[in-house]
Design a protein around this ligand. Sequence first.
Ligand SMILES: Nc1ncnc2c1ncn2[C@@H]1O[C@H](COP(=O)(O)OP(=O)(O)O)[C@@H](O)[C@H]1O
Ligand SMILES: [Mg+2]
Length: 379
Amino acid sequence: MTRRADEDELAAREAEALDRAAAARDADRDADRVVSPLADADDRVIETALRPKRLADFVGQQRVRDQLSLVLESAVRRGRPPDHVLLSGPPGLGKTTIAMIIAAELGMPMRITSGPAIERSGDLAAVLSTLTEGEVVFIDEIHRLARPAEEMLYLAMEDFRVDVVVGKGPGATAIPLDIAPFTLVGATTRSGLLPAPLRDRFGFTAHMDFYQPAELEIIIRRSAGLLGVTLRDEGAAELAGRSRGTPRIANRLLRRVRDYAEVKGNGVVDRAVARAALELYEVDEQGLDRLDRAVLEALIRRYGGGPVGLSTLAVLVGEEAVTVEVVAEPFLVRRGLLARTPRGRVATPAAWEHLGLTPPEGNTGPGGLTGPGMATLFD
Ligand SMILES: Nc1ncnc2c1ncn2[C@@H]1O[C@H](COP(=O)(O)OP(=O)(O)O)[C@@H](O)[C@H]1O
Ligand SMILES: [Mg+2]
């Protein structure tokens, strides 16, 4: 397999796993995973209230904000719709929020749809052909758009035209239809999966990055104000450090901690209350939850740090391999606690230290072989 095919395969599995995780969250089967970056039904209700409405209220992502405000302001001055905008980045960082802010700053209505929701190109034609001038069209998860719809979108984005196919088989004809100039805002967690012709048609691409704890603190304090939670600064700092750089998780932790403060205390969230609540929810100082720690524990205590194959690791923590790979590993890798090597997963010295253990001599980092070396499933 080529490298590219490998990546596509992994991406497809990832998309599938994210779908399943989202479905599980909807069914509340994943309710104990308080650090998931995906929104569950509760999150979606509350997020509407917590979303900043204007660019000036949007915290962090300074570069994106500066660039976007230029794009929008000059469009408003010219009285023309701005370039199409692509927002890329991991879940929970504010892509949907930015899309809504774009429409608000332009003073235009917005149509919302998503790649998986558009099953046939006719679905897309129905949206595009009824637009009024300057409207904003938001397509979430645009990398999952079906091929024919994607091709229709090329033409619409470039020439403000769609070809509507009338009839079937050899007698089918394509009728070109002019549509009103509009602005497309696409959001994707996987910009690498977008075909180049689609990516090239966006005039402005914003890449969203994980947030710094100081930024998350501001977001948490703002949300506390909106929710009527009395939050001390040290409480906010405690939450920010455990939110995995993700505003959605920060807002969720705040709600859980608020519940705890109301039931077990006097409703005030200070450092002690935040710590006690997060201990109860099993979210540690770095934002690792039970599954994350189970993965590290299995690697280190059973296999001396690895390398261990993914499927073995999954058996040890009692999860599906894809859950470990998609849900737990990306964060552990980003935090420098776990490394993926050709021979399997390896715990880094930082992982040993995180569990309060001393890394063995000679384990100098990712790939450093220690302990029993190649692991076997049944030890
Ligand atoms: N920069 C930010 N400032 C304040 N709140 C934010 C910010 N980014 C995200 N949020 C909050 O986090 C939640 C998730 O954001 P959302 O835009 O839905 O993320 P995405 O679409 O990237 O998954 C929303 O409730 C939103 O209020
Ligand atoms: Mg979103």
